[in-house]
Design a binder for this molecule. Structure first.
Ligand SMILES: Nc1ncnc2c1ncn2[C@@H]1O[C@H](COP(=O)(O)OP(=O)(O)O)[C@@H](O)[C@H]1O
Ligand SMILES: N[C@@H](CCOP(=O)(O)O)C(=O)O
Length: 315
């Protein structure tokens, strides 16, 4: 269930008078998604997605909306926010901050093959390259300092063996400074369910609401951990090599990135272990996040930490 705040046809039709996209033809709630209320909106002039932001602070939203607009302007298949007649992206509907974006074509693929991993590597590099000229800055909301603080919040809820694993990983990670690596704006949640496939092509990259400034390599690690893992969490060599090679074709990795890669896969796994632990043990009032299995990312972290066969970054 992902319509937490209802919108009536009459309210939306009225709201759309402040846009130049024609009259309302159809409004339909979207059943996927866990953070916000999403609707498909069809008007006489096109197809859009309406998002009502349930919990995100309004002040943080312009960064994400302008980022999507910037990337769309650079030719990438991301939702383009629609400006209203006051030339604003962000409005209010049913008492919530609200935005209309372009509706993109395609469906997610939860079992991507080598060819699709190749495309995703290229797409991620494209996002990173286009992001270099984005003028606004907002820190990765799940960056290194969030990971430290989140670990402190969840630690007491964990059994002794998990506490020990968490402590050891934090000590390990404290030896790395991600700020010394190439930086930029990262998507930070480029999971398979955030990409829509339109035939062989990426029809859309969605859900930019964890984006922020951080090491570009962190984004590569988040993406590889999700797209290239087998059901048991092990990295599939062919898919991993394909994704990394096609990324590197557009943005070659630096020697410092190659050295940091094994640690980065661990940092990226830690980030999702922690957020899932927090959603599980400390759900916040008024937040409707669907809890994903923290055990999956604990396992991935263990595998990356134990592995002496981590695939290397291409030179
Ligand atoms: N711009 C878009 N174009 C097409 N479909 C979209 C778009 N934005 C969202 N969707 C659809 O809505 C679903 C939920 O969106 P998502 O951003 O994942 O929600 P949440 O932020 O709540 O996790 C996606 O799985 C996708 O099917
Ligand atoms: N990809 C994250 C959850 C983020 O939620 P999303 O549906 O908004 O992408 C995870 O798997 O833990």
């Amino acid at each position: 269930m992902s319509v937490f705040t209802p919108v009536t046809d009459a309210d939306l039709a009225d709201w759309l008078k402040n846009y130049a996209i024609g009259r309302l033809d159809a409004l339909q709630g979207i059943s996927a998604g866990v953070q916000n209320s999403n609707f498909f909106v069809t008007t006489s002039l096109g197809r859009y997605v309406l998002t009502l932001f349930e919990t995100m602070p309004r002040a943080e939203l312009p960064f994400y909306l302008h980022l999507m607009a910037h990337l769309a302007r650079h030719g990438l298949p991301v939702p383009a926010p629609i400006a209203n007649r006051d030339n604003e992206y962000l409005g209010s509907l049913s008492g919530k901050p609200a935005v209309l974006v372009s509706r993109l074509a395609g469906k997610s693929d939860m079992a991507p093959d080598v060819a699709r991993c190749t495309r995703i590597g290229a797409m991620l590099a494209g996002l990173h390259l286009a992001g270099q000229s984005f003028g606004r800055k907002q820190a990765n909301p799940r960056g290194a300092s969030w990971r430290q603080h989140c670990a402190a919040r969840v630690r007491a809820h964990l059994p002794a063996d998990e506490q020990a694993e968490l402590d050891a990983e934090l000590v390990f990670q404290s030896g790395f400074n991600l700020e010394t690596l190439p930086q930029g704006v990262i998507h930070a949640d480029l999971f398979r369910d955030n990409v829509l496939w339109d035939g062989d092509y990426v029809g859309g990259v969605i859900d930019f609401y964890f984006a922020g400034q951080d090491a570009l390599l962190f984004d590569v690690a988040v993406t590889v951990n999700d797209w290239c893992a087998d059901a048991d969490g092990q990295l599939d060599a062919a898919r991993t090599a394909a994704l990394l090679a096609s990324y590197a074709e557009s943005r070659p990795f630096t020697p410092a990135e190659r050295a940091a890669w094994p640690a980065m896969l661990r940092a990226a796994a830690l980030r999702f272990w922690l957020s899932r632990l927090e959603d599980f043990h400390l759900p916040r009032a008024g937040e409707m996040v669907l809890v994903k299995d923290p055990g999956e990312y604990r396992r991935i972290l263990r595998l990356r930490a134990a592995s002496n066969t981590t695939p290397l970054l291409p030179a």
